[in-house]
Design a binder for this molecule. Structure first.
Ligand code: IPE
Ligand code: IPE
Ligand code: MG
Length: 237
């Protein structure tokens, strides 16, 4: 299969959507859909690392997802705890460097401690960078960067006119990383839902009518093949 031979793009983003509908389809509570989605996250992450993806950013919880019923938010928090504990074992063997993008200060102290542990344990890793977007919103990220820069201007460390696109990039959670080349959204929705707003300027979007728990490694290969079939022009001809 030619698509298996083509190298993956350096940075892939995935909006892991459709867990709730998957649960409904199976006459199960939504929390079970999230569990199935989290399981698939591990499968796809491991595969991405093995095929040579340099950066994988997965959208796990948005700044807007707090608006869901308390029961569902609670189930998601429980799931994050379970999976971070497993990640401590799992991703360590895979040489995956785990980073967190988003405002993690909003999480419980228990979850924040786990996040710290995972960050520290995976810091020496040299393989794929896995950005876990948790309590992440593209707008919030841009505001956070703008505020940080404004503070430095106030402190006399910068002048406003020094702010370039490259410099602003360094105020984002993804500082130093290449911009996403390919963004995949399963579940049938065709929208960005506040994911990597600044970084996605020239990303290729690939949508799937597949719910996230059903998204397979073959689907990832397909998305990469579609990516290679596109002509990126970056505004040129
Ligand atoms: C994505 O699945 C997971 C999160 C947003 C946390 P959804 O829960 O949005 O699933 P659908 O869109 O309702 O099917
Ligand atoms: C986007 O999915 C967020 C995550 C997958 C974490 P949503 O289900 O929250 O997005 P909308 O509400 O359909 O736009
Ligand atoms: Mg959804």
């Amino acid at each position: 299969m030619p698509e298996k031979i083509l190298p993956p793009p350096a940075h892939i983003g995935i909006i892991m959507d459709g867990n709730g509908r998957w649960a409904k389809k199976h006459f199960q509570p939504r929390s079970l859909g999230h569990r199935a989605g989290a399981q698939n996250f591990r499968t796809i992450t491991r595969y991405a690392s093995r095929i040579g993806v340099k950066v994988l950013t997965v959208y796990a919880f948005s700044t807007e997802n707090w608006a869901r019923p308390a029961e569902e938010v609670g189930a998601l928090m429980k799931l994050f705890k379970d999976y971070l504990q497993e990640a401590l074992r799992d991703f360590m063997d895979e040489n995956i460097r785990v980073r967190f993008i988003g405002d993690t200060s909003a999480f419980s102290s228990e979850l924040r401690e786990l996040i710290e542990e995972v960050k520290q344990a995976s810091a020496p890793k040299t393989g794929m960078v896995l950005n876990l977007a948790m309590n992440y919103g593209g707008r919030a990220e841009i505001l956070r960067g703008a505020r940080a820069f404004a503070q430095e201007v106030l402190a006399g460390q910068h002048r406003p006119e020094e702010l370039t696109e490259e410099l602003f990039d360094s105020y984002l959670y993804t500082a130093g990383q290449p911009a996403p080349d390919l963004i995949i959204r399963p579940s049938g929705e065709q929208r960005v839902s506040n994911f990597l707003l600044w970084q996605c300027a020239y990303a290729e979007f690939v949508y799937f009518d597949i719910l996230w728990p059903d998204f397979t490694t073959d689907d990832l290969d397909r998305a990469i093949a579609v990516y290679h079939s596109r002509q990126r022009r970056f505004g040129g001809v």
